[in-house]
Design a protein around this ligand. Structure first.
Ligand SMILES: [Fe+2]
Length: 225
């Protein structure tokens, strides 16, 4: 699960991370809001199943790759990367992804990449670049689920954006009136999370646990309230 908006829309706290893991998530990934809460720094330094994007400045705590067992015992590697387009990153994700994938595949047959990025073009390019080398490339960050879930020819499942678990009666999770005011007036507005039409969104990937090849993917959308 990507948890970078769990703390009232920005960042993740250690307490929320523990709650999400206790609720059943195996690994939590993060994104451009990783550092929004100061208390996450020390937690990330020691966290075993919470990772942040790999392509952040050196010297920051945490890591961008983790291997954890799935429910059936299969080892699953998870890689977290930030896109370069429209996000401020010091390292192009394509500069580091090959090394991370090689490292992941030495330790686990199944490799999942959370590519946290703004631009559809960059996300599709990453999915194609990794085709045949990882199980799935799951896009996050835009909060808008795309209708392009597919298994590519090499056996890598991909979706440009898995969508948002949260209030969809909103502007990507934010109270719509406040988001519209900011967009219209281009002045600072204190944004607040919305509350209506909560949905769970994500993607379900089926794969061969020995080879890591994906066999199916579908986008998930479940109304909650
Ligand atoms: Fe984000």
């Amino acid at each position: 699960m990507n948890g970078e908006n769990a703390a009232d829309g920005r960042g993740l706290t250690p307490r929320l991370a523990e709650r999400i893991l206790a609720a059943g998530a195996d690994v939590i990934t993060l994104g451009n809001h990783t550092w929004a809460r100061d208390e996450i720094r020390g937690y990330l330094a020691d966290a075993e199943r919470v990772i942040r994007p790999a392509n952040v400045a050196s010297g920051l705590p945490g890591r961008g790759l983790v291997v954890a067992p799935a429910a059936d015992g299969t080892q699953v590697a998870v890689i977290n990367l930030l896109g370069w387009l429209f996000l401020q990153v010091p390292i192009n994700p394509f500069e580091v992804v090959d090394r991370l994938v090689d490292e992941a595949r030495r330790e686990a047959p199944v490799v999942v990449v959370d590519f946290h990025a703004e631009a559809t073009s960059e996300k599709v390019a990453m999915a194609r670049w990794l085709d045949g080398r990882v199980t799935a490339v799951i896009g996050t960050h835009t909060h808008v689920q795309t209708s392009d879930a597919r298994v590519q020819p090499g056996g890598t499942a991909a979706i440009t954006d898995a969508g948002m678990t949260g209030p969809h009666d909103s502007v990507i999770g934010v109270d719509a009136d406040l988001a519209i005011r900011r967009a219209r007036l281009l002045t600072p507005v204190r944004l607040k999370p919305a509350s209506g039409d909560v949905r769970i969104e994500g993607a379900l990937v089926e794969c061969d646990s020995a080879s890591g090849r994906a066999t199916a993917i579908r986008a998930l959308r479940v109304p909650v309230a």
